[in-house]
Design a protein around this ligand. Structure first.
Ligand code: FES
Length: 356
């Protein structure tokens, strides 16, 4: 389904920590089907702030079972949208919200008997919390271990809800807080979740446990630490899911990017909702998304940073390279999908489709 914005009413705002609010939306009954979501997915919000049209993606912290659509927004320094959301939005306000998107999810199945290991840092807990609630409720034979890194107690988002969840699922849910600036009385829970800490946590809390699926949401260094630790113990990469946050600069990561190729002049055809749109582009210049947007094509996008996958399209003919890719899985890239916000043509003729 093509991602589409609808104007929704804010039904509730809750202050979760000093610098984080969670915001719930009312979904009119005729849009309920369009807004069905899987745990771990996100919503993109759009607002005109001081004359600037801004979009930001925020993960849903609610789970589909709760019949609620709620995102958490942490105010970041100089963050235009997050400051607006934390300081200006009120219950009853109308705001444009895109239909749910995202790959950071899993098929929940009541017959599963899996051991899930979740890692979150700071507001990275948002999709992780959604996943934990869904798994615990719908997979009674599965277990969930959450490693959750924060600066201190006061910055732990959903602290009470997580405690309540633990009390409801005493036998299947375990939470290990890791604090960088406060002490929990032992060394292992003190510090940041880097490679060394990850290995120690693994040894101390999971040793001997079969791990089936790992989800990690946080900064890039933490993602690499978790990936390296669990790959080294034999877990297939397809079972290590990650969602990046905290990187807004366009930076290239060696194993997440695709190789650059020689510059070519390309005729690009874009298929969107059955319509064809053409433009000429050089491989070393603007991205396909930017060039098409300037030329008047209303392509879907949100982060423009290679993180969210809203701008995903499929190559029908020709080839393209991506500057960075934090969003597409390996099998999607192999199947010809690209992030148009990061892509440049590498063939003289390129046909891409947003409809596939
Ligand atoms: S718009 Fe988010 S990955 Fe392209």
């Amino acid at each position: 389904m093509k991602p589409t914005f609808h104007t929704l009413k804010i039904s509730d705002i809750r202050r979760e920590t000093e610098d984080t609010v969670s915001i719930a939306f009312e979904i009119p009954s005729d849009l309920i089907d369009s807004y069905q979501y899987k745990p771990g997915q996100y919503l993109t919000l759009r607002a005109n702030i001081n004359g600037e049209d801004l979009r930001r993606s925020y993960s849903l912290c609610s789970s589909p079972d709760e019949n609620e659509w709620r995102v958490a927004i942490k105010q970041v320094e100089k963050g235009k949208f997050s400051t607006f959301a934390n300081q200006n939005l009120k219950v009853g306000d109308l705001i444009d919200v895109m239909t749910p998107m995202g790959n950071f999810t899993t098929e929940i199945d009541s017959v599963n008997s899996k051991n899930y290991v979740l890692f979150a840092a700071g507001s990275g807990v948002t999709p992780i919390f959604s996943l934990a609630k869904s798994i615990l409720k719908n997979e009674p034979n599965s277990s969930v271990t959450l490693f959750y890194g924060n600066k201190g107690f006061a910055s732990i988002i959903f602290r009470e809800e997580i405690e309540a969840l633990k009390n409801s699922y005493l036998n299947t849910f375990r939470v290990v807080h890791v604090l960088s600036r406060e002490s929990l009385g032992n060394q292992i829970q003190k510090g940041r979740i880097d490679k060394e800490k990850c290995e120690k946590l693994n040894t101390a809390f999971l040793n001997g446990t079969r791990v089936d699926s790992v989800f990690v949401c946080g900064p890039e260094a933490m993602i690499h630490a978790v990936k390296d630790t669990f790959s080294a113990q034999g877990l297939d990469e397809s079972n290590i899911h990650f969602e990046l946050f905290g990187t807004n600069e366009a930076k290239t990561s060696d194993d997440l990017s695709l190789p650059k190729e020689q510059s070519v002049e390309s005729n690009v055809t874009i298929i969107l909702d059955g319509d064809l749109f053409e433009l000429n582009l050089t491989s070393g210049g603007e991205t396909i998304l930017d060039a098409a947007y300037k030329a008047g094509a209303d392509l879907p996008f949100a982060c423009k940073g290679g993180v969210c996958c809203t701008c995903k399209a499929k190559i029908i003919e020709g080839s393209a390279r991506m500057d960075i890719n934090y969003a597409l899985e390996k099998d999607e890239v192999e199947a010809g999908y690209i992030l148009t916000c990061q892509s440049h043509p590498t063939s003289e003729k390129l046909v891409i489709s947003f409809d596939d």
